[in-house]
Design a protein. Structure first.
Length: 191
């Protein structure tokens, strides 16, 4: 189905907002600045989004869709011994877009009442992680009852790893992938 003019304009506004956040951080994203960047009046923006919290929630979900797009890897093409490489994709996304990390994890979002979008996205993320862990189950490295706690441990460690590197303000050295592999291998008790 061909997108309507309203859909195209909403997409244009969302992309402009992501550009603002990437370049200047989420504190720079105001309705007036977004209107200035897009060329729409700030009151016209409310035609496309009910209010700022609803817009920011939709923007957050759109960023998650971007991440899912980058994380979606055909599990058959990724060898099991390269499992941690798929996690590097997640880390690399935020290393390339540190302001999106800050927006995603530090902005106090308010989900609209009755919105189930977050739940559907979490289910898709869960499916991606289950696919990533399938090889580890087949190799006997993990047991099915270990997937959830191991996944959470790896994700929390990964987010802490990203945060520490982003907050240091220093450029990443080439060793970050090796450091991340060591952390993941330790969690998975692999040599």
């Amino acid at each position: 189905m061909k997108p309507t003019k309203k859909d195209r304009t909403r997409r244009e506004i969302m992309e402009a907002a992501k550009d603002i956040i990437r370049e200047k951080g989420h504190d720079a994203l105001t309705v007036r600045y977004l209107a200035q960047v897009t060329g729409y009046s700030y009151t016209n923006l409310y035609y496309y989004f009910r209010d700022l919290p609803a817009f920011l929630w939709a923007l957050r979900l759109d960023i998650i869709e971007d991440m899912i797009g980058e994380l979606s890897v055909d599990s058959e093409t990724v060898p099991n011994e390269e499992f941690s490489q798929s996690l590097c994709v997640y880390a690399d996304y935020f290393f390339r877009h540190p302001n999106l990390f800050r927006f995603f994890y530090f902005y106090p979002f308010v989900p609209p009442e009755g919105d189930e979008s977050q739940q559907r996205l979490e289910e898709r993320f869960r499916s991606i992680w289950q696919d990533a862990f399938a090889g580890l189950l087949q190799e006997g490295i993990l047991h099915p009852n270990e997937i959830e706690p191991v996944t959470k441990t790896i994700i929390y460690a990964l987010q802490g790893f990203i945060l520490l590197h982003i907050s240091s303000g220093e450029p990443l050295n080439g060793d970050w992938r090796e450091e991340l592999h060591q952390i993941i291998n330790q969690i998975l008790k692999r040599d």
